[in-house]
Write a protein that binds this ligand. Structure first.
Ligand code: PLP
Length: 402
C-alpha cells in the first residue's frame, strides 16, 4: 500500500488542482469510524458531506452491491431493470406522490428539475416562461446551469457569462420573493436548510409564501433535498418540518451510500410534461447504485434512523451548547437534526478543522466562521460525547474560556 506522501505526490502531479484537501488519505471505514493510510483512527462527523447516513460499509449495503455487481452492472436506459423500477416505486411511496428520473449526482438532479419545470410551463400554455428564482447563499451544483442557480456570486465570476435567467433574493425575504416571482417565472428553487451556505434554515413564513406565490403565478416549487434528504434533518425530507409540499424534489448524496445516484421526483402532472427523448442519461439509475439505494432505504427504515437523527441531533446540539457555554468563541449552534453548524466569533473554522483532524475528529469548515457537523445517522451517544469533548477543548483556545 502507498504511503500518504506517495499518494499526495501522485495527486499533485496528475489530478486537477481544484480541491483544498485535508492532509490525509483514507483507506477504510466502518460505521462512524474511518482509518487513514497510517492506520490512525478517526471519528467521522462529516459522513462524506452528508452522504454516509447509514454509516461506512454497512454490511447490508456491501452485500447488495456485491450481489447486484455479480448479476448485472449496466445495460443502458434502453432497457428495463428491476432495481430501477423498485427504487422509483420506493421513492414514490416515501413521498406519497411522484414519478422519478435517476441521475448520477445532485447537480444533475437539479438540472433535470429545471428542464422539467420549463417543459411543464410550456405544456400548460406559458411558452415565454424561463425565469427561475433562487436564494442567495444557496448551493445547487457546479454545472453551468446549477452554478448559475447557486446564489454565491463569487463562484460565478471565474466562469461568466452564465445562463442569465436566474433571479437572486435573500433567504427568508418574503417581500423580495413576492417581487421576484412573476408571470415569467418557471420555478422557485430552494433548499429548506442551506447546507453549503452555512446551515441556514428557511423560515416557515418564507416557505409558505413561496408555495403561495408559485400557486398564484403558475410556477413550480422545487425543493433541493440533495443534502437534507433521507433522514438527515430528523424527517425523511426536510420540507416535512414545514406545512409546505413542493412540486419537485431533488435527492442525491445519501441515496447511494457513496455510489453515484441522484433523483428528481416530480408530481405526476408535472412529470408527465417530459416526453420520450426530452431527457436521458447513460449511467443514471444503473442496477448497482439502485441496489445500494434500496439497501439504504431498507436500513433507514429497519434501524429507525429518521427518529435517531432527530434524537441524536437534539443531543449533539445540547451537548455542544453545554460544553461551549460561556466560551465567547461560539456565537451560535444552529441546525436541524444531524445537520449542524457551530458559528464562531472569528474566521477560525479552517484552523479548528485542522486541529480536530489531528485529534482524530472529522468536521468541516463550511464557512470561514462556521464548522459543520453532519455525522452518520447511526452515530452513538458515546461518539457524540467524544466529538464534543474534542471540539470544545479546541475551542477553549479561541475564546480564552476555561
Ligand atoms: N444541491 C445541494 C443542496 C448540495 O449540497 C449539493 C452538493 O453539495 C448539490 C446540490 C450538488 O450535488 P453534487 O455534488 O452531487 O452534484
Amino acid at each position: 500500500m502507498k504511503s500518504f506522501e506517495q499518494i499526495k505526490s501522485l495527486e499533485n502531479r496528475y489530478h486537477m488542482n481544484v480541491y483544498g484537501r485535508q492532509p490525509v488519505a483514507f483507506v477504510r471505514g466502518e460505521g462512524a469510524t474511518l482509518w487513514d493510510s497510517d492506520g490512525k483512527q478517526y471519528l467521522d462527523f462529516l459522513a462524506g458531506i452528508a452522504v454516509m447516513n447509514v454509516g461506512h460499509s454497512h454490511p447490508k449495503v456491501v452485500e447488495a452491491i456485491r450481489e447486484q455487481a455479480g448479476l448485472l452492472t449496466h445495460v443502458s436506459n434502453l432497457f428495463y431493470t428491476e432495481p430501477q423500477a423498485d427504487l422509483a416505486q420506493r421513492l414514490h411511496d416515501l413521498l406519497g406522490w411522484g414519478k422519478v428520473f435517476f441521475s448520477n449526482s445532485g447537480a444533475e438532479a437539479n438540472e433535470c428539475a429545471l428542464k422539467l419545470a420549463r417543459r411543464w410551463a410550456r405544456a400548460h400554455g406559458s411558452p415565454d416562461r424561463s425565469g427561475v428564482v433562487v436564494a442567495l447563499g444557496s448551493f445547487h451544483g457546479r454545472t453551468f446551469t446549477t452554478l448559475a442557480a447557486t446564489g454565491q456570486p463569487h463562484k460565478h465570476e471565474p466562469f461568466a457569462p452564465l445562463p442569465a435567467w436566474f433571479k437572486y433574493i435573500s433567504l427568508n425575504d418574503e417581500e423580495a420573493l413576492d417581487q421576484a416571482v412573476g408571470d415569467d417565472t418557471t420555478a422557485v428553487l430552494l433548499e429548506v436548510v442551506q447546507g453549503e451556505g452555512g446551515v441556514r434554515l428557511a423560515t416557515p413564513e418564507f416557505l409558505t409564501a413561496a408555495r403561495k406565490f408559485c400557486d398564484e403565478r403558475g410556477a413550480a416549487l422545487i425543493v433541493d433535498e440533495v443534502q437534507t434528504g433521507l433522514g438527515r434533518t430528523g424527517k425523511w425530507f426536510a420540507f416535512q418540518h414545514y406545512d409546505v409540499a413542493p412540486d419537485i424534489v431533488t435527492l442525491a448524496k445519501a441515496l447511494g451510500a457513496g455510489l453515484p445516484i441522484g433523483a428528481c421526483i416530480a408530481r405526476e402532472e408535472v412529470a408527465d410534461a417530459f416526453k420520450p427523448g426530452d431527457h436521458a442519461t447513460t449511467f443514471g439509475g444503473g442496477p448497482v447504485p439502485c441496489a445500494a439505494a434500496l439497501a439504504v432505504l431498507d436500513i433507514i427504515e429497519s434501524e429507525d434512523l429518521v427518529a435517531r437523527a432527530a434524537a441524536a441531533g437534539e443531543r449533539l446540539t445540547d451537548v455542544l451548547l453545554q460544553a461551549t457555554a460561556g466560551n465567547p468563541a461560539v456565537n451560535e449552534v444552529r441546525g436541524l437534526g444531524l445537520l449542524i453548524a457551530v458559528e464562531l466569533a472569528g474566521e477560525w473554522a479552517a484552523e479548528i478543522v485542522g486541529k480536530a483532524l489531528e485529534r482524530g475528529l472529522i468536521v468541516n469548515n463550511v464557512a470561514p466562521n462556521a464548522v459543520r457537523l453532519a455525522p452518520p445517522l447511526i452515530v452513538t451517544d458515546e461518539q457524540i460525547a467524544r466529538a464534543v469533548e474534542i471540539l470544545a477543548d479546541i475551542l477553549v483556545g479561541y475564546g480564552g474560556a476555561s
